[in-house]
Design a protein around this ligand. Structure first.
Ligand code: ACO
Length: 333
């Protein structure tokens, strides 16, 4: 799905992120399941991940990231008109986590709702909010990717438990003033014939959790990693190429690529196919693992705050997740 150009440009005015204090290392996981630091680092690039406390919910992490993004944007929560939270681990099935965050940060004017697009959710939210702002429906929006994946992880399955972590990232979008940066092009895609490759099978209306199946790990993430890996590389490359082409850029014009943080081998393969040197590709998955919708949002904030790009630079964000879903955005900072 592509977009047409619009008179009102939309910029990213501030970013923020938050990760829980508790670090879970590969060594600790090696004592829990039959794995090793060597296997995890070689196959994924992940060295450690963060785990939220029992009383630390997705909304709490999202609120902390949101307040940091607001501070950087120089805005008060009360000015925000729209909050969209991307998550597959909402505090509660209903109401939306965005409603909890609206109350926690005091964004009393904001319309708030969640979207479910797994790891692609933050860029889905970016496209939706860009359009709603450029159409004039809202002046600004807070987009948040927040996940407590530790609550849907099967800690007995070495094939998945080594991959995931908790955290949140956020960005404030608003109408751009002349001379400011803008979200230049966005792309989203879905292949619903491949839902079975990556899913939480139980806990929804198809397979409710009952006293009989409560111990079957139905409410945890399952993944056919090899199949997902191949499709992720292809779809992320295609999505990134589309936004780069639509923006009228070339590979050498790109200061920073910020990919979904699932696997270093996927990231390297995409950098290679896009002909972007590795030192222009932002990676933080060694610290946090795969935090689904939060991953690209946390990476964007860390890249921004670490000076990986400056005003006027061209950056490309690209993601892939359950659905299967994928998305990309070309942003002039
Ligand atoms: N420790 C040791 N051995 C392991 C582990 C582990 N933690 N996990 C699996 N193995 C074993 C397997 O049992 C298998 O053994 P076998 O050959 O005897 O059968 C062997 O290692 C190879 O397993 P594979 O699954 O084939 O390993 P692969 O190289 O494909 O790596 C991985 C697995 C890391 C999951 C990779 O496929 C991947 O990253 N896939 C894509 C993930 C992704 O991008 N997800 C999208 C977003 S996630 C979201 O939306 C929430």
């Amino acid at each position: 799905m592509s977009e047409s150009t619009s008179a009102i440009e939309v910029c990213i005015a501030g970013t923020g992120s938050y990760v829980p204090e508790r670090v879970l290392t590969n060594e600790e996981l090696s004592a829990m399941v039959d794995t090793s630091d060597e296997w995890i680092v070689t196959r994924t690039g992940i060295r450690e991940r963060r785990i939220a406390a029992a009383d630390e919910f997705t909304s709490h992490m999202g609120s902390k990231a949101a307040l940091r993004a607001l501070e950087q944007a120089g805005m008060q929560a009360g000015e925000i008109e729209l909050i969209v939270v991307a998550t597959i681990t909402p505090d509660t099935p209903t109401p939306a986590t965005a409603c909890h965050i609206q109350a926690q940060i005091g964004a009393s004017k904001a319309v708030a709702f969640d979207i479910s697009a797994a790891c692609s959710g933050f860029l889905y939210a970016m496209k939706i909010c860009k359009r709603l702002i450029s159409d004039g429906a809202f002046k600004n929006a807070l987009i948040i990717g927040a996940e407590k994946l530790s609550s849907v992880t099967n800690w007995e399955d070495r094939g998945t438990c080594v991959l995931f972590g908790d955290g949140a990232g956020a960005a404030v979008l608003r109408r751009a003033e002349p001379g400011e940066g803008s979200i230049v092009a966005t792309e989203m895609g879905t292949d619903g014939t491949l839902t079975h490759l990556l899913e939480i099978p139980g806990g929804g209306s198809a397979l409710p959790i009952t006293a009989d199946n409560a111990n079957d790990h139905l409410q945890t993430l399952t993944m056919q990693g090899k199949e997902v890996f191949k499709i992720a590389v292809t779809r992320m490359k295609e999505a990134a190429e589309k936004v780069i082409e639509r923006a009228g850029w070339k590979a050498e014009d790109i200061a920073c690529v910020i990919p979904h943080q699932a696997n270093l081998r996927i990231i390297d393969a995409i950098a290679d196919r896009l002909a972007v040197p590795n030192d222009r590709v932002f990676v933080n998955l060694h610290k946090y693992g795969n935090t689904s919708a939060a991953a690209v949002a946390i990476a964007l904030d860390e890249a921004n705050r670490s000076g990986a790009f400056k005003r006027g630079d061209h950056i490309v964000l690209v993601v892939f997740g359950a659905g299967l879903t994928w998305a990309a955005a070309a942003v002039r900072w």
